[in-house]
Structure formats: C-alpha cells, structure tokens
Design a binder for this molecule. Structure first.
Ligand SMILES: Cc1cc2nc3c(=O)[nH]c(=O)nc-3n(C[C@H](O)[C@H](O)[C@H](O)COP(=O)(O)OP(=O)(O)OC[C@H]3O[C@@H](n4cnc5c(N)ncnc54)[C@H](O)[C@@H]3O)c2cc1C
Length: 279
C-alpha cells in the first residue's frame, strides 16, 4: 500500500475480510411469515411501531430498527436503539394488555409549560440521541389536554390515537451543515429565520397531522437550555454566546426562554409576562 508521498509499505495479513455489504437472512422464517424487505434487502419493511408491514404481530428490536430511520439517526447503534426498545416494549405492553401507553401530565399554564419543555430538551437522552426521530408529545385538546408522551417515534405520532387533534411536538434536531462541516456559521440571532446547524430544540404545533407553526430555537454549546440556578449543581461551561440581534453576548438560557415564550404566545398557549430581555 502507499504511504507518505513516494513511499510504499508492504504488510502481511492472516486473514482479509471483504466488507462488501450484507443482506437480511429471511430463511429463519417460514415462507408464510417472511417479512418484506427494503433498503437493498438489508432490513424488513416496518411501521413506526417497528412491526412488520406485511406480517402483523412480528416486531423487530435492536440494530435492525434502523430500517425506520435508515442512515438518518442513531438506531443502528446501542446508544440510539436502546430508546427505541424501551418505547417498543411499552407499545407492545399497551397493545397486549389493552392499556394506555404510559404518559405523564404537563401543566399547560405558564410558566410551567415553558419550564417543563426547557427541562426536557436539556436532560432527556432519548430526544437528544435520536434527533428528529424521537419526540415528546404534549396533547392540547379537551379532557386529554396536558397528557404527555415522552420519547415517542415521530413517525408513530402520524397514526396515533390523538392524530386528529392538536399537540406540541418537541424534538432536538440538527440543521444544515452545508458543504464544509469544519466551517459552519452559527445563525447568532434570537429571532433569526434560519435554523442553527448544531443540535437545537424544535417545537412544533401539529393540528390534524399538519405542522401549523414551529420554532427552531437557538443552539447552546452545552446543549443545556436551563438557567444556571435550575441545573442541580451542573453549571456547564457556557456563560454567554453572541447573538447579533441582542447586541452582543448574552446568556443563551435567557434566549431560550424568550424564544419559547414568544412561540407559546404566538400559538395561544402563553400568558407569560413580557420578558425582561430585549426582543
Ligand atoms: C466495530 C463496531 C463498533 C461499534 N461501536 C458501537 C458503539 O461504540 N456504540 C454503540 O452504541 N454501538 C456500537 N456498535 C453497534 C452495536 O454494537 C450494534 O448495533 C449492536 O451490537 C447490535 O445489537 P443487536 O442485538 O441488535 O444485534 P447483534 O449484537 O448483532 O446480535 C444478533 C445476534 O443474532 C445472532 N444470529 C444471527 N443470525 C442468527 C440465526 N440464524 N440464528 C440464531 N442466531 C442468529 C448473532 O450471532 C448475534 O449474536 C458497534 C458495532 C461494531 C461492529
């Protein structure tokens, strides 16, 4: 093999393994329950609940779950699919036992709603490690208002029991890194139009399956949008970041509060008093 310019290295090997790709081994299933395949026959075709689309009751767990977010997020790795597996176990339990998927209740009054969202985007590993693929969902309609699903696959929400109502969908997502990922320009605005490239919170209002409003909040180099006094002793490293429309370097936790308050007011969920920071 070649090395530095003008140099050559000769190596010896015991074995050479040619990693030329793989295909799903469907032979372990009887012909009548063989799942349909996709992605060059590497993975079964599956629903947002990781159930075979053609063989009902056949579920998939582990790295094979990456069929749903192929080459997009982290389901091919333990650090990603562990969150899928937890969700799958709850989905199957709910279906088999005829019970509800476990939920919590989020107060829709202010400032609890704002603080709950900021706490989750700062501490929840599922939505952090499965960016844009897993979401928290806060229902907004009728007697179910406030019912909250945590770490759910976004694709599942499209056919969920509440799909015809309104809900807030909370994710963390990357933006566009452009052609050179080593030279990425931050947007640097409190109320800018373009999403930051680095991971940042995205809050969407979804009604009848359609996104009717959304906000891409600013990134935070600690990925912790909580005020310092709410961090349980974890002070992080970033005190201030520059935001052009704020006139200089400010605490990004203040920016997060401002952005979220503005969004919640815009969608009719905010009764928060005017923020002290300049808008
Ligand atoms: C080099 C490398 C480094 C990695 N590093 C990381 C990392 O740092 N962090 C991370 O999160 N992930 C990492 N991963 C990915 C992670 O290891 C895999 O995603 C994970 O192990 C997959 O687990 P699994 O149980 O889905 O599948 P597997 O661990 O592949 O288990 C499948 C099992 O099924 C068995 N099997 C297959 N066919 C049959 C059959 N016909 N009958 C009976 N048994 C069968 C296999 O022998 C195997 O034991 C790495 C992977 C590799 C290869």
């Amino acid at each position: 093999m070649t090395a530095a310019e003008g140099h050559e290295i000769v190596l010896t090997y015991d074995h050479v393994i040619a990693c030329t790709g793989f295909q799903f081994d469907n032979s372990i299933f009887s012909p009548d329950i063989q799942p349909a395949l996709r992605h060059f026959d590497k993975f079964p075709v599956m629903t947002g609940e990781w159930e075979s689309e053609n063989i009902k009751g056949l579920f998939f767990a582990g790295t094979i779950m990456q069929s749903c977010d192929y080459k997009k997020t982290m389901s091919g790795f333990i650090h990603g699919f562990r969150h899928n597996v937890k969700s799958l176990a709850e989905l199957i339990t709910a279906r088999v036992q005829g019970t509800d998927y476990p939920t919590i209740t989020t107060a829709l009054s202010e400032p609890e709603l704002r603080d709950t969202i900021i706490d989750r985007i700062s501490t929840a590993s599922g939505i952090f490690l499965q960016p844009g693929f897993m979401a928290d969902v806060i229902l907004l309609d009728g007697p179910q208002a406030g019912k909250t699903y945590q770490d759910m696959p976004v694709s599942w929400t499209k056919n969920a029991p509440f799909a015809t109502g309104s809900f807030l969908q909370v994710t963390l997502e990357y933006g566009d890194f452009g052609g050179d990922s080593l030279h990425v320009k931050r947007q640097n605005n409190v109320f800018g139009k373009e999403p930051d490239a680095f991971i940042h919170p995205v809050i969407r209002l979804v009604t009848d399956g359609k996104i009717v409003d959304q906000i891409h909040m600013a990134d935070h180099l600690d990925a912790d949008w909580r005020p310092r006094n709410a961090r349980n002793g974890d002070q992080g490293t970033v005190l201030q970041m520059t935001f052009a429309d704020a006139g200089g370097a400010v605490d990004p936790a203040d920016v997060a509060r401002q952005q979220l308050e503005a969004f919640l007011r815009r969608v009719g969920l905010g009764q928060i008093e005017q923020s002290t920071a300049a808008e």
